[in-house]
Design a protein around this ligand. Structure first.
Ligand SMILES: Cc1cc2nc3c(=O)[nH]c(=O)nc-3n(C[C@H](O)[C@H](O)[C@H](O)COP(=O)(O)OP(=O)(O)OC[C@H]3O[C@@H](n4cnc5c(N)ncnc54)[C@H](O)[C@@H]3O)c2cc1C
Length: 468
C-alpha cells in the first residue's frame, strides 16, 4: 500500500487552517504528518539543506511506535527497524555481565506497541516522505530569523515573510521558538547547565565488522538487544539498527565540548580520545576503532530549565518537542515525546470548528502534555544517574542487586530507580489521553461557550472550565 493511501485520514477537522511548523526534526515532521491526516494545511520550514547526513541510532519505545503503527505505517517501520527484546547490562571498566532486562511479551502487549531500533536518519526520511506524500510542504534552507508579536508571522533569513493561523515551534531546545516564548514571558536568558561536564558521542559501526570480530560477535547473537556498559561517570550503549546493517554506538563520558548540534559532524578521532580518557574494557576500545570510517556527532549533555508556558501570549504560537521540553541526548524517550506531542496536537485540532478555539486548543495541549513530559524527564534523569554511579555504596548495591536478580531469573532493572515505571511510560497512549481530555473538558467547554460564557485568557483550560 502506498504511503498516500495509508495516511488517508479517518476523520477531518471541519475547519481547516494553516500551520507553519518551524523545524523538520522528528517533532516537526511527525506533526506535519498528524495534522495533514486530519486535513489541516501545513508548511514546514527547516534551516538545513535536507541532506540528512547524521549517523546515529534511535530507540522507539512502545509509546512511540504504537502511534506510528496506529497511523498505518507498520510496513514502512519494519523496513527501517528491528524489534528489540532486551537490554544487557555490563560493568564499563571490566566488561563483567551482570544482568538482563527483558521487555517481556506481557509488557509489550500491555503497552500496545513494540520496542524498535532504527537509524535516526531513516526515521527522519520516512516521516519526511509521508509528510510530503500526504500534502505537506517542506522548505529547506529556510531558517526562521524572527517571529513577530502576533505569533503568526515569521521572517526567513532570505527575507521571505510567511503568515499562518498557527505557528508551531519544533526547532529544538536552542531554537528561536523557545527563545521567543521565554522573551514573551519576560525571561531574558535561560540558565542551562551542562550535566556535570558530560559529553555524548554518537556514531555507527558497520555490522559486518562486528560479526567478523571474535570478541564482539557475541553482541550480535540471539535476540536483538541493547548492550549497556555502566561506569564511573560514564556509560556506553551498542545496539543493532534495522534498515542499513549497522550498529549504533553511543558513549557518554566526562569532558567538555563546545555547543554542538546533531547535524554537525566532528572528527571520529574524538571518540577514541574520549574512550582513552576513561577506564573502559577492551571491547569498547575495539568498537571505537571499528567506527573509524563513520561520522561522529558530539553533544554536551545539558539540562534545561522547565519552560512554564508553551504558548505565546498571542495565543497563536506553541512550542513542542525539544523546544518545549528538552530531554538529555542519550535518553530513551526523546523522539517518543516528540511523536506523542504530534499525535496529541492533531487529536485536539481535529475538533476545530471556529478560529476562536485556536488559543484554547493550544493551552489544552500544554495542559495535556506538560505533566507527562516532566514525569518522563525525571525518569530519564534517574536512569542516567543509575548507569553512571561513581564507585561507592550506591554502585555496589546496584550491582549486587542486578547480579542477584539475574541469578533468580528476574529482570535486572525491576524496581530500580525509575525503570520500574516502564509500564506507565510505555503503556501511555497519547492519542487516547487527548480523546479523554476532549470528552472530559473540551466538550463541556464548548457547551459553556454556546450558553454564552465569556472566553477569558485561558492560562489553563481546566481552570477556565471551573471558572465558567
Ligand atoms: C540531524 C539530527 C540528528 C539526530 N540524531 C539523533 C540520534 O542519532 N539519536 C538520538 O537519540 N537523537 C538524535 N537527534 C535528536 C532527536 O531527534 C530529538 O531529541 C528528538 O527527536 C526531538 O527532536 P525535535 O524534533 O523536538 O528537535 P530536533 O531534533 O532538535 O529538531 C529541530 C529541527 O529544527 C531545525 N531548526 C532549528 N532552528 C531552526 C530555525 N531557526 N529555522 C528553521 N529550522 C530550524 C533544526 O535544524 C532541526 O532539524 C537528532 C536530531 C537532529 C536534528
Amino acid at each position: 500500500m502506498s504511503a498516500e493511501a495509508q495516511t488517508a485520514p479517518p476523520l477531518e477537522a471541519l475547519l481547516k487552517i494553516d500551520f507553519l511548523i518551524i523545524g523538520a526534526g522528528i517533532a516537526g515532521l511527525a506533526s506535519a504528518v498528524a495534522l495533514r491526516r486530519i486535513g489541516h494545511r501545513v508548511t514546514v520550514l527547516e534551516k538545513d539543506d535536507g541532506s540528512n547526513q547524521t549517523s546515529g541510532g534511535c530507540r522507539m519505545p512502545p509509546n512511540m511506535s504504537k502511534i506510528l503503527l496506529n497511523w498505518g505505517f507498520e510496513e514502512e517501520l519494519r523496513e527501517i527497524s528491528l524489534i528489540a527484546e532486551a537490554m544487557h547490562l555490563m560493568i564499563y571498566e571490566s566488561g563483567e555481565f551482570i544482568g538482563t532486562h527483558r521487555w517481556t511479551k506481557e509488557i509489550i502487549k500491555e503497552a500496545g506497541g513494540s520496542f524498535m531500533f532504527t537509524h535516526h536518519r531513516d526515521l527522519l526520511q520516512l516521516l519526511k516522505t509521508i509528510a510530503l506524500s500526504s500534502g505537506a510542504e517542506i522548505r529547506h534552507n529556510a531558517e526562521v530569523v524572527s517571529i513577530d508579536s502576533t505569533g503568526q508571522t515569521v521572517t526567513l533569513a532570505n527575507g521571505d515573510v510567511l503568515t499562518a493561523d498557527v505557528v508551531v515551534g519544533a526547532d529544538g531546545p536552542d531554537g528561536i521558538s523557545r527563545r521567543s516564548i521565554l522573551k514573551d514571558s519576560n525571561v531574558d536568558c535561560e540558565t542551562n547547565s551542562s550535566l556535570s561536564g558530560t559529553v555524548i558521542y554518537n556514531t555507527t559501526i558497520p555490522a559486518q565488522s562486528i560479526y567478523n570480530d571474535t570478541d564482539l560477535a557475541p553482541l550480535t547473537e540471539g535476540e536483538h538487544a541493547a548492550y549497556t556498559w555502566m561506569g564511573n561517570g560514564c556509560n556506553a550503549m551498542v545496539f543493532h539498527i534495522g534498515g542499513v546493517d549497522e550498529f549504533s554506538f553511543t558513549l557518554t563520558a566526562p569532558g567538555d565540548a563546545p555547543e554542538g548540534s546533531w547535524a554537525e559532524n566532528v572528527p571520529i578521532t574524538h571518540l577514541a580520545d574520549a574512550l582513552a580518557s576513561t577506564h573502559c574494557e577492551p571491547r569498547l576500545h575495539k568498537l571505537g576503532r571499528l567506527a573509524a570510517n563513520s561520522s561522529l556527532t558530539r553533544i554536551p549533555l545539558k539540562k534545561y530549565e522547565e519552560l512554564k508556558h508553551w504558548v505565546h501570549s498571542s495565543g497563536r504560537m506553541l512550542v513542542i518537542g525539544e523546544a518545549a521540553h528538552p530531554i538529555p541526548a542519550r535518553s530513551f524517550q526523546g523522539s517518543a515525546m516528540a511523536v506523542e506531542d504530534a499525535a496529541a496536537l492533531a487529536k485536539l485540532f481535529l475538533h476545530l470548528l471556529n478560529p476562536d478555539q485556536i488559543s484554547s486548543f493550544l493551552w489544552a495541549f500544554q495542559d495535556l502534555r506538560q505533566e507527562r513530559c516532566e514525569k518522563v524527564l525525571r525518569g530519564e534523569l534517574g536512569n542516567l544517574d543509575v548507569i553512571s554511579y561513581p564507585p561507592g555504596a550506591l554502585q555496589q548495591a546496584r550491582d549486587d542487586d542486578m547480579r542477584a536478580k539475574h541469578a533468580a531469573g528476574k529482570g535486572a532493572l525491576d524496581s530500580i530507580s525509575e525503570w520500574d515505571q516502564n509500564k506507565g511510560v510505555f503503556g501511555y497512549n497519547a492519542e487516547d489521553a487527548a480523546d479523554e481530555w476532549w470528552i472530559q473538558w473540551g466538550i463541556l467547554r464548548e457547551r459553556a461557550k454556546e450558553n454564552g460564557a465569556p472566553l477569558g485568557h485561558p492560562l489553563n483550560v481546566r481552570v477556565e472550565h471551573l471558572v465558567h
